[in-house]
Design a protein. Structure first.
Length: 386
């Protein structure tokens, strides 16, 4: 009999989240209310920061951070070609121009030397992505930013638990942006958070996230009586809901125990695949903390006898969900058309994007399911023609 399908990135939802959502429904407070404020405070405590703003996605968090960074048309923002399209799209929606700097082939993170080479008179900001939860070389990147007077917006969509030299990801730059999308390490369905160094940036982001309405507009329906609001600038509808944070509060309470579970899965994969002719993710280096968000292997057909896409199909045929993180940004027709970007100009991201396969690493996986993933990988690569 066929085994059940292992959904890639399936979230671990416990009775605590379900009960809290039901309680929110009974309370009548579904939208932005006291649970959002509580989630912001608890996230701030977890990250050891003072200023947070919950929004409805990391895309929104990036967009608002870039707006708060006060970019102007023609300003350039340097980012990585190995990321989700949201990173680059947020730069465009903020009215700035994205510039790509290739990744380091081993760490898969943006290469600080290549960043330096892309600086021009128009460069205003850096947008590094802590890929898979591995911290970027923040000392080198912050040194480049300081030398050239650049804002830094960290894309921490994979990196809630990530640390670099004792400091938490998202606290190096002016802004840190987090995702609580269903496959992420902390889940709210859709959801995001901005962490900012300056209180006035978070105040502006909160206004921008709710139509540009004056501070604390969400309180206008509270039991303290109706409060008038004023639209003080043109904003967006990016606010998070109590219903979402009802899930997030309990997810955040388990962030560390789930990290331990994913670390154990990572280590099992590492031990099982050591002898295979594939590239495994680079080990975390000392004095850093990897968030173990993705476990991505590289399938080089010349070595394995099977192409990446055939490998994806073979895993799916065994009822195991897999992911691709990511086809490099310049492979997509929109960016080619708009910027004339060519994939071969970013060879490391190009090769990774064409060879990469992410295996399931959710905290929800049972030992047996991890065993099934291992068996499938060994089976597919063991029987592949060389
Ligand atoms: C690196 C990266 N940045 C940004 C995002 C956007 O996150 P969200 O879906 O919360 O908007 C994602 C989501 O997958 C991501 O992986």
């Amino acid at each position: 009999m066929q085994q059940p399908f292992i959904v890639f990135g399936s979230p671990q939802i416990e009775p605590a989240e379900i009960d809290e959502v039901v309680a929110s429904l009974h309370s009548g407070w579904l939208g932005t209310g006291p649970k959002v404020a509580r989630f912001e405070n608890e996230f701030a405590t977890y990250k050891g920061v003072a200023h947070t703003a919950a929004v409805n996605s990391c895309t929104a968090a990036l967009h608002l951070s870039l707006l708060a960074a006060d970019l102007h048309p023609g300003d350039e923002v340097i980012t990585t070609p190995l990321t989700f399209c949201a990173t680059v799209n947020a730069i465009l929606h903020a009215g700035a121009t994205p510039v790509l700097a290739d990744v380091d082939p081993a760490t898969m993170n943006i290469d600080p030397a290549r960043v330096e080479a892309k600086i021009t008179a128009r460069t205003r900001a850096l947008l590094p992505v802590h890929f898979a939860g591995r911290p970027c070389e923040m000392e080198a990147l912050m040194a480049v930013a300081e030398r050239h007077g650049l804002k830094v917006i960290e894309d921490c969509a994979h990196a809630i638990e990530t640390e670099y030299h004792g400091r938490k990801a998202g606290t190096f730059g002016d802004f840190g942006c987090f995702s609580f999308y269903v496959t992420k390490n902390v889940v709210t369905g859709e959801g995001g958070m901005v962490v900012a160094r300056r209180e006035e940036d978070i105040a502006r982001i909160k206004v921008l996230a709710l139509h540009g309405m004056s501070k604390d507009a969400w309180r206008r329906f509270s039991d303290a009586g109706f409060k008038h609001y004023q639209v003080v600038e043109l904003g967006f509808k990016y606010n998070m809901m109590d219903l979402q944070t009802a899930i997030g509060i309990h997810q955040l309470a388990r962030v560390e125990s789930n990290w331990v579970k994913r670390q154990a899965v990572w280590r099992r994969y590492h031990a099982a695949f050591e002898a295979l002719p594939i590239r495994l993710p680079a080990d975390p280096v000392p004095d850093t903390r990897h968030a173990y968000h993705l476990y991505s292997i590289l399938i080089d057909e010349a070595k394995t006898g099977i192409g990446r896409d055939a490998f994806l199909d073979a895993m799916t045929a065994r009822n195991i969900g897999v992911g691709v993180h990511y086809l490099s940004i310049p492979e997509h027709p929109f960016y080619q058309r708009t910027f004339g970007w060519r994939p071969e100009d970013y060879p490391n991201a190009l090769r990774i994007g064409r060879q990469t396969v992410s295996l399931p690493i959710s905290a929800k996986l049972s030992d047996d399911e991890v065993g099934r993933v291992i068996e499938a990988v060994l089976n597919i690569l063991g029987t592949a023609e060389r």
